[in-house]
Design a protein around this ligand. Structure first.
Ligand SMILES: NC(=O)c1ccc[n+]([C@@H]2O[C@H](COP(=O)([O-])OP(=O)(O)OC[C@H]3O[C@@H](n4cnc5c(N)ncnc54)[C@H](O)[C@@H]3O)[C@@H](O)[C@H]2O)c1
Length: 446
């Protein structure tokens, strides 16, 4: 099939290249000329394991093109996939301006029947609005088209794997022609295809992300209680997660959810409900619990070192999760920004395997950007683990002890065993599992 994917970001690029890998002819479009130039040179604009190989294989096979020419891409394609950003507006509403712009462009250059698929995460009713904009901009009013909603569920860091081994595909349609085309497109993925109406498909995406965010905020609240009573959150998560009604995933206590989706989608759904006259109290509380969750790490660090002025702190792992360079809504940025404001004389050394450049663009020269993990940790008063990259975990407690000036590790991702840290005389503070010494402190307070 002939596809145009409009927006070549995390979603557009990964889904576009995967559709090409399945044998379709795909044109990926973006307005950022530099991004397209780089892609045409084989340079990936994002870090996503496996994408570069699939890009080069499919470009050689002639199935994949990158362009800024949206008009030609639309004319040449039967299915148009919209994958542009839908960020939050300051009041929490979803900014649909990018989607609407694309709709106008599609309308103005339609040259025959097409199916317009919304893959961006958009509030219920957006497909109707996009349909209206396209219709209003059609030059030839006799041309017909169908709208569809096929939400994307991939996870950054494992997007390729997720695309080819997804749990389900949700296809929201209101015509048989669109249904047949889209079912045929996705059928080779050999997974459960749920065909539904467009509004349900739009809401499924928000409901899924909000549910997962709720699990995270829930386990983080239980972690708070575990710390107060000296219990171990990993045991609790295993105990409840092995109940198939609950499930093990998204029960890892930590420093809260970040990234390009959960924060904006939870707020977006609360706002959508509010606009409809419904107060979504449960989801609002999920957001409230998450908002200052990153401070847990700062509190633990202050607990150990008190005044952080004139102290050197290694902040390790900057992307919002491992295996991506995405720092949108990353807890690392919030932690660093707060530390810099509160302690003007603090020295912050940072390390991340792939997100350093993105952080440099955001925070500039206020930090020391280290080339290696060892350099970051060397002679620091404490190491704070914010994102659990494999390299940061496999560095091992011995090495942290060897290179730190003082053996203090504040771990926001529970990478190590507290008992092993205690045997090495490391002051180790993690989430929802205090070391025996800290347990005593906690118990004394009870
Ligand atoms: N990132 C994720 O993990 C993820 C997962 C599922 C769904 N989503 C949703 O998918 C959508 C895209 O997210 P993303 O993370 O890929 O965003 P992104 O910011 O990485 O990419 C969006 C791209 O669209 C381009 N763009 C904007 N306007 C354009 C136009 N008029 N024509 C062509 N290109 C244009 C931008 O230049 C950018 O490259 C969002 O709605 C998001 O919520 C994201």
């Amino acid at each position: 099939m002939k596809l145009a994917v409009i927006g070549t970001g995390y979603v557009g690029l990964t889904s576009g290249v995967c559709f090409a890998e399945m044998g379709n002819d795909v044109i990926c479009v973006d307005i950022e000329a530099q991004k397209i130039e780089q892609l045409n040179l084989g340079i990936m604009p994002i870090y996503e394991p496996g994408v570069d190989e699939i890009v080069s294989r499919n470009r050689v096979a002639g199935r994949l093109q990158f362009t800024t020419d949206i008009i030609e891409a639309i004319k040449a394609s039967e299915i148009i996939i919209i994958a542009v950003g839908t960020p939050s507006l300051p009041d929490g509403d979803v900014d649909l301006s990018y989607v609407h712009t694309v709709a106008r462009q599609i309308g103005s250059c339609m040259n025959g029947y097409k199916v317009i698929v919304n893959k961006s995460t958009v509030p219920v009713g957006t497909a109707d609005k996009v349909r209206e904009i396209i219709s209003n901009n059609l030059v030839d009013k006799t041309i017909s088209f169908d709208m569809a909603s096929v939400p994307e569920f991939l996870k950054e860091g494992s997007a390729i794997e997720d695309f080819f081994h997804t749990d389900r595909i949700v296809i929201g349609v209101d015509s048989d022609v669109a249904k047949n085309l889209l079912v045929n497109l996705h059928e080779p993925l050999n997974t459960n295809i749920q065909v539904t109406d467009i509004r349900s498909a739009e809401l499924i995406k928000y409901a899924a992300n909000s549910f997962l965010a709720m699990k995270i905020s829930f386990i983080n609240e239980i972690a708070n209680i575990a710390e107060l009573v000296g219990a171990d959150i990993s045991e609790i998560a295993a105990g409840i997660g092995s109940d198939s009604r609950i499930g093990r995933k998204f029960l890892k206590a930590g420093i809260g959810f970040g990234g390009a989706c959960f924060p904006k989608d939870t707020i977006g759904l609360v706002k959508t409900a509010e606009n409809l006259g419904h107060e979504f109290k449960l989801l609002q509380e999920v957001i409230n619990v998450n908002e200052y969750r990153y401070r847990t790490l700062i509190n633990k660090l202050e607990d150990e070192l008190q005044d952080l002025n004139y102290k050197s702190i290694a902040i390790l792992g900057l992307s919002f999760k491992p295996n991506t360079n995405d720092i949108r809504e990353a807890p690392s940025i919030k932690i660093i920004s707060e530390l810099l404001i509160k302690y003007p004389k603090i020295t912050i050394k940072v390390y991340d395997p792939v997100a350093m450049e993105a952080v440099k663009q955001e925070l500039g020269d206020k930090l020391y950007y280290c080339v290696t993990l060892q350099e970051a940790v060397f002679e620091c008063d404490a190491a704070m683990i914010v994102t659990e990259w494999e390299e940061i975990v496999s560095f091992g407690l011995d090495n942290y002890k060897k290179y730190l000036k003082q053996p203090v590790i504040i771990d926001g991702r529970n990478c190590f065993n507290p008992l092993e840290a205690s045997k090495l005389n490391i002051v180790y503070r993690s989430i929802g599992r205090e070391t025996p010494v800290n347990n005593l402190k906690v118990l004394e307070r009870l």
